[in-house]
Write a protein that binds this ligand. Structure first.
Ligand code: AHG
Ligand code: MN
Ligand code: MN
Ligand code: MN
Length: 315
């Protein structure tokens, strides 16, 4: 006789399988982009973020929405590419809320730089009932989070509340194979990652931290890909920090709290790292709107501690 807990875990695995299938489809589109004329802008004007949509932004969004609605495990969907929450049809409504960035780093896609998809999963407050406020839970309420990086290898990285595991797509099988069990962020790293083109807009704390990285006896390496998924994947495996701070140009930061910051913060924390807004824990934040932006620093615990110390001393 199946218990409620069994039903819950089977629903969650069906939902995660639907996300993984969406990622397989998207990575296939990314690989074939130039051949299938899927590159370039979508001519759909600007999305709710004020960004020019790429064709693959639209394709990735449609795949996620279609798969997540028809898997009948969700009540509400939030996509970077859609202004309002999507309420699954009552006949399709399940017990989870899924927030996602269907294609992260899309401005890089035409030049072949790694891109990815990011997702977070919450439990709905009532099975089968779609409520907007269910998408505004603090990040610490997520039951699962992950991303898929479409890079030199395709890696699906996932936590369902315990360890973080990475699965590499074997194209000959069309299956994700466990290749990175129990990913652990090194306590300290030798890389810092931030868009230094924004230096003039940063507050003193961020400037101090980056100067320290450059001027220490053994200078840290500067790496910045410009796709959050790729920068986080490197930080997860190699350690160090990734930052997109709030600054005078981006008073609330640039990255979106619900479907970029929260899932990456959960992944990094579950891998033994730290995710901070510069003084507090990202996952404790209670969102007020689905597309709100957030300044973020995440990576090796000791390195993020150092960023927080620089921020505190500058205040
Ligand atoms: P998206 O492509 O989903 O809109 O996200 C782009 C984000 C993120 O991937 C990356 O870290 C950041 O934009 C880069 O921003 P800058 O180009 O301003 O550095
Ligand atoms: Mn975008
Ligand atoms: Mn993104
Ligand atoms: Mn995106």
């Amino acid at each position: 006789m199946s218990t409620a807990k069994d039903e819950d875990s089977s629903d969650l695995s069906i939902l995660i399988q639907s996300i993984a299938t969406s990622c397989k489809y998207i990575q296939n589109c990314v690989r074939k982009m130039g051949l299938a004329k899927l590159g370039g802008e979508a001519n759909t004007g600007q999305n709710v973020q004020g960004e020019t949509q790429m064709k693959l932004d639209v394709v990735a969004n449609d795949v996620f929405v279609g798969m997540l609605d028809t898997c009948k495990r969700c009540t509400v969907l939030v996509s970077e590419e859609i202004e309002d929450p999507v309420y699954c049809k009552p006949s399709n409504a399940g017990r989870y809320v899924c927030v996602f960035d269907p294609l992260d780093g899309s401005s890089n896609v035409d030049c072949g730089v790694s891109v990815g998809s990011i997702f977070g999963i919450y439990r709905a407050t009532e099975k089968g009932v779609a409520r907007a406020e269910d998408a505004l839970q603090p990040g610490k309420c997520m039951v699962a989070a992950g991303y898929c990086m479409y890079g030199s290898y395709c890696n699906f990285v996932l936590t369902i509340g315990g360890h973080v595991h990475g699965f590499t797509l074997d194209p000959s099988l069309g299956e994700f194979i466990l290749t990175h069990p129990k990913i652990t962020v090194p306590k300290r790293g030798s890389i810092y990652s931030v868009n230094e083109g924004n230096t003039q807009f940063w507050d003193e704390g961020m400037k101090t931290y980056v100067e320290r990285c450059k001027n220490q006896a053994e200078p840290r390496g500067a790496r910045y890909i410009g796709s959050m998924v790729a920068d986080i994947h490197r930080t997860l495996l190699y350690g160090g920090t990734f930052s997109y701070p709030s600054d005078r140009k981006h008073p609330d930061g640039k990255l979106r709290l619900l479907y970029e910051c929260f899932p990456m913060a959960m992944i990094v924390e579950k891998a033994g790292g730290k995710a901070s807004d510069g003084c507090g824990r990202i996952l404790d934040i209670k969102p007020t709107s689905i597309h709100q932006r957030q300044g973020i620093h995440l990576g090796s615990v000791e390195d993020v501690d150092e960023i927080e110390e620089c921020m505190k001393n500058a205040r």
